[in-house]
Design a binder for this molecule. Sequence first.
Ligand code: NAD
Length: 368
Amino acid sequence: MKIVVPKEISEGESRVGLTPDSIPSLKKLGFDVFVETNAGLASSFTDFDYKKSGAKISTKVADLYKNAHIVVKIQRPQKTKKINEFKFLKNCNILSLFYQQKFKNEFNDLKKLKVNAFALEKMPRISRAQSMDVLSSQSNLTGYKAVIDAASMFNKAFPLMMTSAGTVAPAKVLVIGAGVAGLQAIATAKRLGSVVSAFDVRSATKEQVESLGAKFVSVGAEESGETSGGYAKEMSKAYKKKQAKLLEETLKKIDIVITTALIPGKKAPLLITKKMVENMKVGSIIMDLASEFGGNCQLTKHNEVVNHKSVRIVGPLNIAASISQDSSRLYSKNVLNFLMNSCESGKFTRFNFDDELVKETCIINNIK
Ligand code: NAD
């Protein structure tokens, strides 16, 4: 069984699909691991680290892919001016993030090939699959790094400081959406000494927010924002009106906003209007982690920093890639656990299509 790890070709993608620490376990499962030369360098994993862990290094891309059973990637296969990944994909299983709704053309091209594709972002959010959940592993680090990035942009300190030259007031941080990224953002902002408040439509998050030492901002409406599956749903017009009023008042006092609100399968809810931004303090920062899905702020532009009347609104492209050593390691562990899930007597021979995790993630099944 040959498992291969190409170097990512997407612009700004510095993560790598497998990291050296997973390789001894993959070998025990029966895999020969081949890594493209310098595939891990942007995540600080050298060819030497991979070789020491038992992988082989391929200097030619065509050699890497030859007879591969499994290809592990972060970003979906693509064609660029330099390389066309599609031409190497034959008779193999591809494990990657695909977001097929968003990248329809590439998905349609891939469907024509004799491959199986497993979209890891579709991993069911059930307890058994937690160790394979790439959305959680990457969101957690994204929440952390968003606060660090905001702190480094901000021209004030985060913690309260009492000095002989005077007192520095703590920064006020608001986190909107207390899911995986939001909860880690709250914890990080607290660790940095700021005063944190948070808000979510799911009432279950109140206790989680408070257990991290943050204040839960309540809309005070009866409506539940939760589906039976525990996810957020789109709220009624009346709720949105009440929420907007509350946000407008709250934002006037806030220095940093980390906004993460998403509704599965839908455009991100628009929560912060231009008028609200104009009422914020000069120098405030909005980190819009929902920017890829349309943004929670009306002024957000994906992959840009918009300066509107001295409030900066950041629409980050790929925060997880900016912390690539850890995000790659966790992604790699998620992949390893997913492969282990199909093993029999400690060996991998095939994906177990009777298992719901395999069935749910498999978006192309052209190899029977
Ligand atoms: P997400 O990224 O889909 O959304 C982020 C947050 O935004 C959610 O908490 C959501 O409630 C909130 N939100 C949506 N609309 C909002 C609005 N209008 N205003 C304010 N907040 C709004 O969420 P996620 O981090 O992927 O997690 C979603 C759920 O999945 C949670 O219940 C989480 O506990 C659960 N989960 C389960 C597992 C597992 O069991 N394997 C793993 C991870 C997450």
